[in-house]
Design a binder for this molecule. Structure first.
Ligand SMILES: [Zn+2]
Length: 113
């Protein structure tokens, strides 16, 4: 992936996403409509955000997709979108995974002392 030049607009979008996720968990779809960028771009932004948070000792956490019918949690799935069907009950009412910026060092300070 060429990462030669990052347009200023991209930086702004990333900053917006970061601010949104510091306030509470959002799905990729919700992020997409909040910053008015296509959903397929969001994965890329989240990946960059994950890296920059990591370098600050913070974390982007992901709430996994979950079946609304039986409560099955798709823990291993590292995707932005929910799977279309639950392997347990075959239900199709599955919540999208959501993302959140974890609180700063105040909360997880033990790890860094
Ligand atoms: Zn299910």
């Amino acid at each position: 992936m060429a990462d030669v030049k990052v347009p200023e607009e991209t930086e702004t979008v990333r900053q917006q996403i970061r601010t949104l996720l510091e306030e509470g968990p959002l799905t990729a779809k919700e992020i997409s409509s909040a910053v008015r960028r296509p959903e397929k771009e969001i994965a890329n932004h989240l990946e960059h955000l994950r890296k920059s948070l990591h370098s600050e000792g913070r974390r982007l956490s992901q709430v996994p997709a979950e079946c609304r019918e039986c409560g099955f949690v798709f823990r291993k799935r590292d995707r932005l979108k929910a799977p279309s069907r639950c392997p347990v009950c075959k239900g199709e009412a599955i919540s999208d995974p959501s993302f959140r910026v974890e609180a700063g060092r105040h909360d997880s300070g033990k790890l860094f002392e």
